[in-house]
Write a protein that binds this ligand. Structure first.
Ligand code: PGA
Length: 248
């Protein structure tokens, strides 16, 4: 079975000395063998620092966003090739905070996934419904629409992506989806991927949204939950280490 992935999403947190302290604590607290893969998705400006701090650790480096364009006159943007220069293996695309605060559309998210794949970076495509969408019964239509855009553009490469189901109402709120709620959506997404590709079983679908040391084991035990995307708890070494230990 494919190893689970626990990916920390630092969001816009960190600083040179805080990063060093956190990675030191993670590296010294990590047991000699872990059953899962671990990645840290850090702000772009810290990629070089974190790449060097992670050398020989077995942790992979991730980014939080990338440009939908290959290069050129796009002030402020960071390309997939630039991320690759720093050994980035994973990149979040379409995180709900980017959809919400930066106007990212399904079409842009699909292009970003395509750029990442073209440079050998695994895009972690984030999908998820708001509370209003869930309460109005639109959850399934929303997550399927978000994923369909990525399948449409990336067709034959779709088995190379990862997906993260992150209900918007659970992000940073302390309200986690129950294990059954997460599994229900993961199974829907799995079925959608299977309809698009015979290789869909290879796609890990991570759960994200207030995953913590107390709820990780139950969420990660669900059959279609292939790992976790962890925000707040990834900034505290003991919590993140407990989540890593829960991923078998
Ligand atoms: P959270 O964030 O774990 O703090 O809820 C998850 C995410 O937004 O990726």
């Amino acid at each position: 079975m494919k190893k689970k992935l626990i990916a920390g999403n630092w969001k816009m947190n960190g600083g040179l000395s805080a990063n060093e302290a956190l990675i030191h604590a993670l590296r010294s607290g990590l047991p000699a063998t872990v059953a899962c893969q671990v990645a840290l998705c850090v702000p772009s400006v810290y990629l070089a620092q974190v790449q060097s701090l992670l050398t020989g650790s077995g942790f992979d480096l991730g980014a939080q966003d990338l440009s939908a364009y290959e290069g050129g006159a796009y002030t402020g943007e960071v390309s997939a090739a630039m991320l690759r220069d720093y050994g980035v293996r994973y990149c979040l695309v379409g995180h709900s905070e980017r959809r919400q605060h930066h106007g990212e559309t399904d079409a842009m998210v699909a292009l970003k996934a395509q750029r990442a794949l073209a440079c050998g970076i695994t895009p972690i495509v984030c999908v998820g419904e708001t509370l209003a969408e869930r309460e109005s019964g639109a959850m399934e239509a929303v997550v399927k629409r978000q994923l369909a855009a990525v399948i449409h553009v990336n067709g034959h490469c779709i088995s190379e992506i990862m997906v993260a189901y992150e209900p918007v109402w659970a992000i940073g709120s302390g309200k986690t989806a129950s294990a059954a709620q997460a599994q229900e959506v993961h199974a829907l997404l799995r079925a959608q991927l299977k309809a698009a590709s015979s290789q869909a079983d290879r796609v890990s679908i991570l759960y994200g949204g207030s995953m913590n040391a107390a709820n990780a084991a139950e969420l990660l035990a669900q059959p279609d939950v292939g790992g976790g995307l962890v925000g707040g708890a990834s900034l505290k070494a003991p919590d993140f280490l407990s989540i890593i230990a829960a991923a078998r």
